[in-house]
Design a binder for this molecule. Sequence first.
Ligand code: ADP
Ligand code: MG
Length: 391
Amino acid sequence: MKVEKERALQEHRLRFGHEGRIYAAPARVNLIGEHTDYTGGLVMPMAIDFKTVAVVSGRQDGLAVFYSANYEEEVSFEIASLSRAASGRWSDYPAGVLWSLLEAGISMAGCNVSLMGDVPLGAGLSSSASVEVATAMALLGHSGIELPLEKVATLCRRAENEYVGAKSGIMDQFVVAGAVAHRAMLLDCRSLAFELLPLPDQVRVVICNSMVKHAVATGEYGNRRDEVEVGQDILRRERPGIELLRDATLEDLEVCKGKMTEESFARCRHIITENGRVLDARKALLDGDMGKFGELMVLAHESMRDDFAASCPEIDGLVRIAMQQPECFGARITGGGFGGCTVNVVRADGAERFVETLKREYSTSTGIQAECFVCAPSDGALELAAKGGVS
Ligand code: ADP
Ligand code: MG
């Protein structure tokens, strides 16, 4: 679905009979720092140029009415009696955000919110955080309230964790709300301190959807989290000063080796080394050294494959093909694992050729048509001016 500001405003006007204010939130991809967020570690995502727009206007009957152009469906809630009741449908995301704002003591008057997004749904680009943050911006704008980035992200995360019921870290909502164009974001998931890092204009980030999602994904994802938790608990018990895996070194882990399963040991080793790679990737960006950055991506991929055991043959194939292309600096799996997308950093002037070769060779070896998106780091959530061209 193509998202155009004028069209979104016009559809809102036709549906609800009011002029609305319009807000936009992007999607995101994680460049490096996988499975580090829920143990207080480091991630380096960026926002990408897909977006969800939310148009908001007032109404007098105390209802919050959400319409999604993607689903062509309208759902209403009585604000005064809104309770946490997930339905398993798209409306859980905006209703969850409303619930989270009310829980935080923010008062909300009746409103119409229409949503329209061009973020591929369920592809691992976080359409969920995009729709949450766009909704939060619209609801907060409607109430005349401005909140700091950290608060917006935390409220949206709470909606996803507690209303929708999805276990996600803070990364998605934080970068979708706070990203800046031309910059990647280094985020400390414990303190929420962040740093914006330059990504040269001469590179593009290519996201490649392998179109496979292995059936093991849901169960195995849970297992990985359990294996990490157990390892973290042992480290916490055995080594003073360790509160989260984030605090542990490889030496700490080595000392505890005999006390944990081989699996827990390997999962923890991935996370500890991955936090280190994020810091090295920061230095590479500050030095403008994309070759080094690419090497770190490949090391991160190997660690996800070998220590975290969360890759799969199709994804490994995509990374292998990517690394044979002269314009590619680095490639790795991105997201939870067991399928989904790869992220590739490539020379801007070779991006189109890269995409063609990757798709062709992947299709030859697997018979699958991959979907690729050429992206550049975009701005986080914004209010769009009501007047002006299509954006
Ligand atoms: P991802 O975040 O990787 O895209 P999720 O399963 O976490 O996948 O979130 C996708 C869900 O978010 C969709 O199934 C839908 O419920 C909701 N969603 C995303 N964008 C929209 C939209 N524009 N309108 C309504 N719901 C949306
Ligand atoms: Mg999601």
